[in-house]
Design a protein around this ligand. Structure first.
Ligand code: ADP
Ligand code: MG
Length: 451
């Protein structure tokens, strides 16, 4: 097993546990440079990454390395300018062979687009056909059909893929059009630093020449009023010029808390399409296509197993495939069903693992953009009361927690408070469609394990 193969296998597993943006930030341009006396040396591109890997990812990296090669007893991270040659060599081959495996590393600096997300490799099924059709129409006639196009759905279901596919198609068919893909978190931090440096006008001016503005994960604007204001300005100035705007979110516009009314009504003024969980056939089709792309074959039985075990997150579905491919590369033969099951044990068990009350509270707090301590406090503010009742409801409904337990969790409240909350939310669910949708979205977050 070469060092390079080993590192690729490690990255394939790490990729599953963190977001694509984090993966690209911390693992791009890393490689194993030597394996000697039980010590694996990992070269990193700068000292910041070195520190980060040591502090945040060391345990994970070590655990995976050790599981692949028991002789490894220690991992070191090196940022050295003196050995660029070795680094380069390993990096190049990692990129050449790893193109499909680690596409997060291949982003265009100007547009922020990743060329690997296209319509061609986007599988269409009942879960996403409306969103796909709308995205296609927009890419063919930017600014002419649906504006803005707003696509929403849970984690790992293909929103970023579709958004980027629009961008990639547009630059291909209209080479003169200027496309920009922006992650909302990035946008927020740009606005904040522009305000601090008195450069907000300059920042806004940067958006003026854009023909297609693609904003991913807009839910991160929740509660950030100043940023919303600047975004509203940019949105309007483009919209008035018939420039295309495409937006994604993990929930519908009306379920985004603390979104100014004028932004909400702007979002609702265009086309809204959602993406739901893929059915079994779609999951199989995705797996088969990915196998074809990677020129690799697994038995029907193994593919069946993956598609049945992983139902709610296409990123995890791909991740499972990556683990099996890494295994195949190391062993030289495809895994049988038993091996596949054991290789994917961690992944599938993390999907079915028990959810803790703390996670429920954290997820609800995050969903409504509140601090956990506010949710647990006795505050009677309207924006806190409902989320608190929902948290209590979910503890009862999903975890079967007892009412006295729930009462204690929430700042020593009497169990009757918990019963009241549970009954109130249960009743509202019967008649309030918005509420039903919010609960489904919160539950999806537990299920996809992104907490
Ligand atoms: P989201 O932005 O909704 O969290 P992504 O767009 O990042 O999800 O999708 C996660 C992974 O799953 C990506 O690698 C993407 O290419 C893949 N994927 C999602 N939906 C599809 C699909 N319909 N066909 C093929 N690949 C898909
Ligand atoms: Mg995304």
């Amino acid at each position: 097993m070469t060092e390079e193969e080993l590192w690729r296998a490690v990255l394939a597993q790490i990729q599953l546990t963190i977001s694509p943006a984090n993966f690209a930030t911390w693992f791009k341009d890393t490689a194993i440079t030597s394996l000697k006396d039980g010590v694996a040396s990992i070269s990193v591109p700068n000292s910041f990454v070195k520190e980060w890997l040591e502090q945040k990812y060391h345990k994970t990296i070590f655990k995976i390395l050790h599981s692949l090669n028991e002789e490894i007893k220690e991992v070191k991270y090196e940022f050295s300018k003196s050995s660029p040659k070795i680094q380069r060599k390993n990096l190049v081959s990692l990129r050449e062979n790893g193109q499909l495996e680690f596409p997060e590393f291949k982003v265009d600096k100007e547009t922020n687009l990743n060329p690997r997300y296209t319509f061609d490799n986007f599988i269409v099924g009942p879960c996403n056909e409306l969103a796909q059709a709308a995205a296609w129409a927009v890419a063919e006639n930017p600014g002419q059909v649906y504006n803005p196009l707003f696509i929403y759905g849970g984690v790992g279901l293909g929103k970023t893929h579709l958004l980027q596919a629009i961008g990639n198609k547009v630059i291909k068919s209209f080479s003169q059009k200027k496309v920009k893909y922006v992650q909302t978190e990035k946008f927020v931090s740009n606005v904040i630093s522009a305000i601090r440096n008195h450069q907000i006008e300059k920042l806004k001016a940067l958006y003026q020449p854009i023909d297609i503005l693609i904003i991913d994960d807009i839910q991160f604007l929740a509660g950030k009023e100043k940023t919303q204001e600047e975004f509203f300005y940019i949105f309007n100035s483009l919209y008035e010029k018939n420039k295309q705007i495409v937006i994604s979110s993990d929930r519908s516009p009306r379920a985004i808390p603390a979104l100014t009314e004028r932004l909400r009504s702007r979002f609702e003024g265009g086309m809204i399409a959602d993406i739901t969980f893929p059915d079994f056939e779609t999951r199989m089709a995705i797996l088969k296509t990915k196998c074809q792309e990677r020129k690799i074959e697994f038995s029907e039985e193994v593919l069946n197993y993956i598609a049945s075990a992983i139902q709610k997150n296409i990123r995890k579905l791909e991740g499972a495939l990556n683990i099996l491919i890494a295994h195949q590369n190391l062993q030289g033969s495809p895994p049988d069903l038993k091996t596949a099951k054991s290789l994917l044990k961690d992944l599938t068990s993390s999907l079915t693992r028990a959810i803790t009350p703390k996670e429920v509270i954290k997820t609800v707090a995050e969903f409504y953009d509140l601090k956990e301590k506010d949710l647990l406090s006795p505050s009677r503010k309207k924006e806190v009361v409902k989320p608190r009742q929902i948290a209590m409801y979910l503890l009862r409904e999903e975890l079967k927690s007892s009412f006295p337990f729930i009462g204690r969790k929430f700042g020593g409240k009497d169990h009757t408070t918990a019963i009241y909350a549970y009954e109130k939310i249960s009743k509202e669910l019967e008649k309030d469609e918005n509420m039903r949708e919010e609960i489904v979205l919160i539950k999806q977050r537990f299920i996809s394990g992104e907490i």
